[in-house]
Write a protein that binds this ligand. Structure first.
Ligand code: NAP
Ligand code: MG
Length: 476
């Protein structure tokens, strides 16, 4: 049976889109001295707004404002008082959830059902969770009197713009640090609405500063001598540059980089449920997820059945208008990212993998890529080794648990993994042997502020979230 869906668009008026956005520095919205940038809607290629950007001198002013605020107000404030501000931010995100969700889908291209049900509520959850820690740090297991680190310089990517901002800012504030954050060039808008919320919540000026700009401003920020702690999420390539430039400076650093996660399906797994997990693992957020289950490892005896069911299921995914509530797969965030996906997919075909692409209709304007599954993939192929960061799944097979572990660990990354099996003992064994920061069992892409998240090897180091995540923001 096929279903015909009538359009069910969310109204874009809810986003309260403005023609111009300014940066947030020392409690005020000000014009940056950098070249303004135009942010586009990747689903239509229209310009959404013009955003002012920071210059190196603005970075310097912001770091100094953050330092003053940390020394004079925020670092001295009792945790119970800091908590009240952070709880207020959490509540205000929840109150403006619809507006933030629509704005995120416009600027990023992700389906409204994801920004509405995942990004925005999880962003609020990070503030709620960390507000709760602010007055309990003496009991967090870091000694009797852990101190804030100082000023945190934070650089985030475009795949979860608001959520990444929350993920970075909330723990920093809870621990008594102040923040200068640079959002990604293609998705600055929700971070600037978050700045508005922070201003309305009456956080003291300078506690949070948000400076849009390109990579050079990110570099300016992380290398500023007034920054005591750097938190970066993005590509392994830029992570390595940052690690090199910070060596010997004494700055604390956490890096959350790329991934090439194995999603492992054993023959005793509930297949229909696993298929849903595979789909969620790679097609959630167009595959623009550092922990995406981009390498499917399926036990040979069920490979045909799994692939068959998978293609049938993927063919039902609806691709198109991110604001339509029935859309499953939205737009690729930028033309550059689309070109990167196309290049890697072409390499998969050249190297002899068998490509299947969903026959679903694809809009002819905007940046879109239809869900794609590669079979007959071997470990040496680029599509098995490199992060595609798009809606493209590479399928490999295995015969024994040992072979599954060897193949899963055969990667320079190590951020996440998934295991599908009915046997609890096998889950524990696999979790023990897989070199990945997060191992999901019979589920995938679950995010929760109470759970530490982070990688091994080229996926970075340090943990974010949970009690472990506080350590990066404390002098212990
Ligand atoms: P990226 O270049 O690493 O960008 C991440 C952030 O760092 C952005 O805010 C970027 O600014 C900034 N930046 C760029 N160069 C910098 C430098 N030298 N010093 C400090 N900051 C700098 O990542 P991308 O271009 O957005 O994506 C490239 C690839 O990275 C993706 O294809 C994917 O493989 C991976 N990625 C991983 C994650 C993750 O969650 N782990 C997220 C996004 C991307 P601009 O926005 O101006 O570039
Ligand atoms: Mg945009």
């Amino acid at each position: 049976m096929t279903w015909e869906y009538a359009p069910a668009p969310e109204s874009r008026d809810i986003a309260n889109l403005k023609a111009n956005y300014r940066m947030f520095l020392d409690g005020e919205f000000v014009e940056g001295a950098g070249e303004p940038l135009k942010t586009v809607n990747p689903a239509t290629e229209e310009v959404l707004a013009e955003v002012s950007t920071a210059s190196p001198a603005d970075v310097d002013r912001a770091v100094k404002a953050a330092k003053r605020a940390q020394d004079r107000v925020w670092g001295r404030m009792p945790g119970a008082e800091r908590a009240k501000y952070i709880f207020r931010v959490a509540r205000m995100i929840a109150e403006r959830a619809r507006e933030l969700a629509v704005l995120e889908s416009l600027d990023n291209g992700k389906p409204i059902k994801e920004s509405r049900d995942t990004d925005v509520p999880t962003a609020a959850a990070h503030f709620f969770y960390h507000a709760g820690w602010a007055d309990k740090l003496d009991h967090a297991g870091f000694g009797p009197d852990p101190r804030p680190v100082g000023v945190a310089g934070q650089v985030i990517p475009w795949n979860f713009p608001l959520l990444m901002a929350a993920w970075k800012i909330a723990p920093a504030l809870a621990c008594g640090n102040t923040v200068v954050l640079k959002p990604a060039e293609t998705t600055p808008l929700t971070a600037l609405v978050l700045a508005e919320i922070i201003q309305q919540a009456e956080l003291p000026p300078g506690v949070v500063n948000i400076l849009p700009g390109a990579g050079d401003i990110g570099a300016e920020l992380v290398n500023h001598p007034g920054v005591n702690k750097v938190a970066f999420t993005g590509s392994t390539e830029v992570g390595k540059i940052i690690q090199r430039s910070l060596a010997g400076t004494g700055k604390k650093l956490t890096l959350e980089l790329g991934g090439k996660a194995a999603n492992i399906v054993f023959d005793d797994a509930p297949i229909d449920q696993a298929v849903e997990g595979i789909v969620n693992g790679i097609f959630f957020n167009q595959g623009h997820v550092c922990c995406a289950g981009s390498r499917l490892l399926v036990q040979e005896s069920v490979a045909e059945e799994v692939l068959d069911k998978l293609r049938k299921r993927v063919a039902t995914l609806r691709i198109g208008d991110p604001l339509d509530k029935n859309t499953d797969v939205g737009a690729i965030n930028s033309r550059e990212q689309l070109a990167k996906i196309q290049e890697l997919v072409a390499s998969g075909e050249d190297e002899g993998a068998v490509r299947w692409t969903s026959p679903c209709p694809v809009p002819d304007k905007g940046f879109f890529f239809a869900p794609t599954v590669f079979a007959n993939v071997s470990q040496a192929m680029r599509i098995a080794r490199e992060e595609i960061f798009g809606p493209v799944l590479s399928v490999l097979t295995f015969r024994t648990p040992d072979e599954a572990v060897a193949k899963a660990n055969n990667t320079p990354y190590g951020l996440s993994a998934g295991v599908w099996t009915e046997k609890g003992s096998r889950i524990l064994l696999m979790a023990d042997r897989l070199r990945a920061g997060v191992v999901w069992a019979n589920t995938f892409n679950r995010f929760d502020p109470t759970a530490p998240f982070g990688g091994y090897q080229e996926s970075g180091f340090g943990r974010e979230g949970g009690r472990a995540g506080l350590e990066a923001y404390l002098d212990v």
